[in-house]
Design a protein around this ligand. Sequence first.
Ligand code: SF4
Length: 344
Amino acid sequence: RAVAELAAHDPDGAYALAGANGWERRLERALRARRRRTRLTHPLVVEELAARGSFGVTELEVFADCSSIWLFDRIVSPRTIDAEVDARQRGSVAHSALSRFFGGLPKRVGTERIDAERLDETLAFLRECLEEAVAGVRLELTALERAELTGGLWLDLEASIRAEAELDSPLVPRRFEVSFGSDRSPQELQRGLDLGGFTITGKIDRIDVDPFSARGIVQDYKSGKTAHSAAQIDSELRLQIPLYLLVLRDLVGIEPLGGVYRALSGKREARGLLRAEAREDGVPGFSQNDYLDEEAFWGQVELAQGRARGLVERIRLGDVRHDPKSGECPDWCELFSMCRVARA
Ligand code: SF4
């Protein structure tokens, strides 16, 4: 290992040392590991990828982030031996709690949307939903770990519901965890979103509708602090909201007024794509920069479809590279030991 490291800045010295000790082949092998081709070439793998007909929307976003992340996170998918509550698990508990909460709100509190006048009983119900969701976690957690998970999520969810009470939206949360493109989806959504030659699958966290017309918005909860604005949806190659808008229109049968990412922590912003023409009548109160005129709004949806097609084409070809979208590997990506990207 020391000789291979030496080869990075003094190749002649490293080869001389290896030659003197009979380590030439071992050194060659160590150096080749970094030069290994990234493209998938095994005939069975290539055949399987080429035959794929459906793709998850979040899977495509991961591929857009870096195709090597897609390979190791989604395909190789190594797991730690000791299961632990990671960000993904935490997010899944938050989603489950919110789905129970909004689904049960009309029956339990007697209101369809969050009523600022009845916040105490609303929050008491939210707490019950959270505890039920935590009880459903299949990992073996100690009492302390469960209490930590509940306590941490409670801070986020309570603040998020309080923030939503202030929004005073005319829309009513109506459908939750709406899956499309799978056998478990409602029948009318099972075929998935057809983009020509393949279908998109996924799950919309929440659909809010206008109680007086077939219009509405999609919402996607983000357990972190980031809710992508209209501009960031484009620059960060996000696909969920633009493609969910098509699902809402073409599969659910509701005219989309917009779609937002709702961050559950940090400033708890709701940002996304909204139709400017529905600003006064349907979706008031969001960030000014996220209201787009019709051309820009549908242009972003069109762009997302084109990007999805390009990503699917690359997946079908096994076109894996070291290609983080910003051009540099982000600090949070810990896959370098598997993807074997050369690092400075
Ligand atoms: S370390 Fe870089 S190249 Fe490797 S998977 Fe992560 S982002 Fe991609």
